[in-house]
Write a new protein. Structure first.
Length: 328
């Protein structure tokens, strides 16, 4: 057995990855975490390297992991900010969301354990009387003697999803403080839909054609309920577009929030238009005019030149014939 919380795994026992994940996230089973790490990377040390690589790729600034179970080590550390970043990414995974919101789970009998194992989620915000929080969706509590109590919690109300992180707390305050943080977020902030895939962000006036342009995804921001005008939009379009296809990226919108956040979202017309070459020139206020591209201009000049030359030759030929008739 492994130190700390465990589900008493036996040497040679076979369980599914799913069962081990439930054991790890509901019961804080350290032996399940170690088994998964060794299955994936061959050793806990190698898996810890993967953890550090992933954390760095997510933008974590002050974390270093040396084991997969979270047991105390001077070189194993993180911050509330980094845990929030990691949790936000994890909650994008449907399987993870289901596991951390599950109250009870049963592991069926195995080759070494004739009886089923009943697991209970230790996150009291999910179901415990007096602790349950409205809208709670997960995620994980923890405890070691040196690090005290920690709790990462998530909750959803309407279109707003919040994550709170409490570290090194006394047992009596970890849930109270988590509720206070979540309440503050829901009471003082709002989630606004800034862009919708179904609503045109602007129109391109190309000759007699009015082309609505749409963002390729919905975009939300979280802002203070008392704060207005927190979003700034900048539209940028490609030049010399040969053909407007419904799935092509015709440009992008750059969203900048008052607090320094930035997002770039591609734009698309959602349908096909003329195959004639055009250059879209910005006229202000999301209005564009049709301007023939240099290549098309050259073709037209050549065509007109040939036409003028042909007409000139026809006129000269006509006058020559008239002169011959008079001389005759």
């Amino acid at each position: 057995y492994e130190d700390g919380s465990n589900i008493a795994l036996n040497v040679g026992e076979k369980l599914t990855v799913k069962d081990l994940l439930y054991a790890m996230m509901l019961e804080s089973a350290n032996d399940a975490a170690s088994a998964l790490a060794e299955h994936i990377s061959g050793s806990k040390e190698n898996f810890s390297k993967l953890m550090n690589e992933k954390a760095k790729s997510l933008g974590c600034k002050a974390s270093n992991f040396v084991n997969p179970n979270g047991l105390y080590d001077d070189n194993h550390y993180t911050t509330a900010s980094d845990l929030a970043i990691i949790t936000k990414k994890a909650m994008e995974n449907e399987v993870f969301r289901k596991i951390v919101s599950t109250v009870t789970y049963e592991i069926p009998p195995t080759n070494k354990q004739p009886k089923p194992r009943k697991l209970y989620n230790r996150n009291k915000l999910l179901s415990y009387p007096g602790y349950k929080y409205d809208g709670i969706t997960g995620v994980k509590n923890g405890y070691t003697e040196k690090s005290k109590n920690s709790l990462v919690a998530s909750a959803s109300r309407g279109s707003m999803n919040l994550i709170s992180v409490i570290l090194k707390a006394e047992h009596s305050s970890v849930y109270k403080d988590s509720k206070a943080l979540l309440d503050y977020g829901f009471n003082n902030f709002q989630c606004e839909k800034v862009l919708s895939m179904d609503t045109a962000i602007c129109n391109l006036n190309v000759g007699n054609i009015n082309i609505p342009i749409y963002p390729t995804k919905d975009f939300y921001i979280t802002s203070s309920k008392n704060d207005k005008s927190v979003v700034y939009k900048k539209l940028v379009f490609e030049d010399d577009i040969k053909k407007i296809n419904k799935d092509m990226n015709i440009g992008y919108v750059e969203i900048t929030t008052k607090y320094g956040g930035k997002e770039i979202i591609p734009l698309t017309p959602q349908k096909e238009y003329s195959s004639v070459l055009y250059t879209l020139k910005y006229m202000g206020h999301s209005t564009y005019k049709k301007v023939l591209s240099p290549a098309v201009k050259a073709l037209i000049i050549i065509a007109v030149s040939f036409l003028v030359l042909a007409i000139t030759l026809l006129i000269l030929s006509y006058y020559k014939k008239c002169r011959k008739r008079k001389q005759a």
